[in-house]
Design a protein around this ligand. Sequence first.
Ligand code: CTP
Ligand code: MG
Length: 231
Amino acid sequence: PDLAVIVVAAGSGTRLGSPTPKAFVPLAGRPLLEHALTAVFRMRQPAQVVVVAPKAHADEAQAIARRVAGPLAGLVSVVPGGATRQESVVGGLAALADGIRTVLVHDAARALTPPALLDAVAAAVTESGNGIVPGLTVVDTIKRVTGDGAVLGTVDRSELSAVQTPQGFPREVLDAANRAYSGPGDTTDDAAIVAAAGHPVSVIAGDPLAFKITTPWDLRRAELLLGDTAS
Ligand code: CTP
Ligand code: MG
């Protein structure tokens, strides 16, 4: 394939508060990573899939990936994650096959992301050559406030987009941007790294189902959306 998907699954899930790393927490009986990978393997185009997992969970990640990939298991590899999301992405980039020209970076925590969103991002990268991020319009009124709560003003909502993953890039652009990047080590947005390198990034329509499972409330919402009201 000339498309690859890096699924970052090496975070600990501090805000979820589970003892298990978040990607391995069950949602309706299957780990979040399994849900996310199921969508990846339902994409229109075959893709190389690199799962970035905590070192201690490499075997478990491998087993999940094999189970989901079935006959396409040869396209999947598991690599160990880093201390930050960006380090995990860089680890995934190092595992890409030579012929890969387009890369999607996707959070395992966005477990309910529909395959069509992955397809749309991949297609938009190929068509435009730009970085592509899915985003949703912001519905709430957003205030700028000081640390002690004083309101400074209202932000112009028409200029805002709440961005999701998968984020897609021409492979050489994402590689070069990560090599050149010297900003804060805790950045959680690949598009910001690519934009910092001077490459154009555009937003396409995101999907509400691509929300990130971050808190226990998000996990509950995902369960309800899957119709699993028992747990
Ligand atoms: N991630 C990763 N490596 C890290 C940190 C995060 O691969 N060192 C991945 C997570 O597994 C997740 C995605 O990046 O799929 C988005 O991160 P986030 O939702 O913040 O997950 P966690 O870092 O696990 O959660 P928290 O910040 O609450 O600890
Ligand atoms: Mg995190």
